[in-house]
Design a protein around this ligand. Structure first.
Ligand code: PEP
Length: 254
């Protein structure tokens, strides 16, 4: 289907603007000539400087969250158009840390997805089951609910700006990576859900990334899988050499 390989680094609440600039200069040199598309989700305060530094490198800079409103009296929140103005090309929505720690509901995430796409931000939608849900055999039920609720009523053509990230909650920040086979099974199911929403042709263009304790040793086997188009990397993305090693492992024909 000709989908690109994508690697997204999610820095969470780490790195100042100065550190971000140094990191990006270093990473850009290490991945010169690579064809994998590289995205970095940085703290809000680093978006402007990071996008300036990244300009010539092809690395895309984005945010890790946003509010669903256009603007308004929402102390401490940030709007899609503010992220765009600062230089963000994309936003991560529905990350399990937002769902779990900040009690974000499926409905809220859906409203954010619609806002982000309407304001022309690529949207990386994160979905995934908890360890308990997997043990209870509810993985598919959870994935279907999260994908359907977030992506319903997406405006025509906006599916082109959607990236899906399958991130089993039990694998995030735990060092427990899903086996390549388990990840492939979940991805194949996610693709089926996307087909139900957008139809086969349109959904075939949507990349699905795996996230959860990815590191340079494990990534090759993961991205060999048919329905896995790349990876979303948290902890291991904090070191540019480690992220560069992951990107190099992702290089090659799809
Ligand atoms: C994440 O934050 O989305 C993530 C996958 O984290 P980690 O790679 O540290 O598990």
């Amino acid at each position: 289907m000709g989908r690109d390989r994508i690697v997204i680094g999610n820095w969470k609440m780490y790195k100042t603007s100065r550190e971000a600039a140094d990191y990006i200069e270093h990473l850009a040199k290490k991945i010169e000539g690579c064809s994998t598309r590289v995205y970095l989700a940085v703290p809000y305060t680093s978006i402007a400087s990071a996008s300036n530094t990244a300009k010539q490198s092809g690395i895309l800079i984005g945010a890790q969250n946003m509010n669903d409103a256009r603007d308004g009296a929402f102390t401490g929140e940030i709007a899609a158009m503010m992220l765009k103005e600062a230089g963000a090309d994309f936003v991560i929505l529905g990350h399990s840390e937002r769902r779990r720690i900040f009690n974000e509901s499926d409905e809220f995430i859906h409203r954010k997805v619609i806002r982000a796409l309407s304001d022309d931000l690529q949207t990386v939608l994160c979905v995934g089951e908890t360890g308990a849900e997997r043990e209870e055999g509810k993985t598919e039920e959870v994935l279907l609910r999260q994908i359907e609720s977030a992506l319903q009523d997406v405006p025509d053509k906006a599916h082109e700006k959607v990236i899906l990230a399958y991130e089993p909650v039990w694998a995030i920040g735990t060092g427990k990576t899903a086996t390549a086979q388990a990840a492939q099974e979940a991805h194949a199911y996610c693709r089926k859900c996307l087909e139900q929403i957008f139809g086969k042709r349109k959904s075939g263009h949507i990349s699905i990334l795996y996230g959860g304790s990815v590191n340079p040793d494990k990534v090759k086997e993961i991205v060999k899988q048919k329905d896995i188009d790349g990876v979303l990397v948290g902890g291991a993305s904090l070191d540019p050499d480690t992220l560069a090693a992951i990107i190099h492992q992702c290089e090659g024909k799809r």
